[in-house]
Design a protein around this ligand. Sequence first.
Ligand code: AMP
Ligand code: GLY
Length: 422
Amino acid sequence: MDQLEVLVVGNGGREHAIVLGLSESHSVSTLHCTPGNAGTIDLAMNHNVSASDIEGIVSLSKELDVSMVVVGPESPLVDGLSDRLRREGIPCFGPNSEGAMLEGSKLHAKKIMEQLGIPTAKFKIIRNQSSINESLDEFNPPWVIKRDVLAGGKGVTVTSSRKEAHNVLKDGIELDKFVLLEEYLEGEEASILVIMDESGYVMLPPSQDHKRAFDGDIGPNTGGMGAYAPAPVASPSVIARTREEIVEPMHHHLRNSSTPYRGCLYVGLMINQDGSPKVVEFNVRLGDPEAQVTIPLIRSDFGEALMATALGKLETVEVDFSDKHASTVVLASEGYPGEVISGRYVSGWDTKIEEGEVLGLCHIAGAVTSDDGRLISTGGRVLSATGVAPSLAEALEASYQIIEGVQLEGSHYRKDIGSGGL
Ligand code: AMP
Ligand code: GLY
């Protein structure tokens, strides 16, 4: 394949992982990132265009004459970045706005799943305050309430308090005119990232995120506090059922839609005790922090796979995986996931582990380099310490060795990442 020049859009840990994966690809010669962060700057040229500035990104891509744009976050996809790039003839990894509605609207995703017979939680649309009580009676607690908006994982409430459920439904109706009330699914969650285009799809190794803020899965929901892969809860039989009952029908549906889906379909699963997978959510991008533990397990050329997908030719490339394990532990700012205190110096983040088959490093997320060259926190999830090793235990040991060496006043991280996989 040609020497690719790639622009990556976004500034999180996921984008650092994408840039790192591309930097190790023989097919890629030049890397750009916009706006990027203090991690991507070591491997790519960072640019000053925000991920939400669609026209700015289109102009930058033309100016740089890149071979492909890889879009990290969902918002620009929902807002039509891929549509605009494709109209200019620039290949893009990331679905266009029609495909991105699978994440942009939970109701839209539910309707598609209903139409295709894909297993997911039962749901009801609540439009009138007068029907709240009757609707709460139809579902057993805990109640799951979802706003139909892009809310970065924060539009979902799971509660056993009828009073809280009532209030959240009432507020949701006032804000958005309607809310979804969903059946509560018991089980363990797993994420399966599926790279797909109209020619085919590849399921990446399953991972497990830890969404709650504190050890033991307690506290508020976050964007994700750490992850590991492969996740044994997604056993070979769960993966086979996911392929047959979820991925195949979705691929068939998307390949026949008017604009083909070229990117990553993130399948968020709840797996019950019998090993039956149900869809909790679809996202239209790589997960964060799932990308940090999944990309390092791809052994074949990552750039080639993304480029082939952007061109609708995924079927023509071979994608294979190492048999290693990866883990990542998120370091969050004081206050996260509530009001965050940022603007603090971070030190000890640049330690790397390279001991035989064990690797460790920090994926930078919400942090930038200040004028004096030091790292300074800018967001909730500041970085995640990633380990890759022949076993999960060794990967976790590397992650924790690295994160214990990082200093950031007031920060916190979970001590039990990966415990479900050990
Ligand atoms: P979502 O944004 O739809 O992924 O929801 C955020 C989180 O809420 C999920 O990762 C689950 O932990 C939880 N959740 C969402 N829907 C359900 C459900 N139907 N049953 C149980 N937990 C759920
Ligand atoms: N880690 C969850 C997400 O990326 O949506």
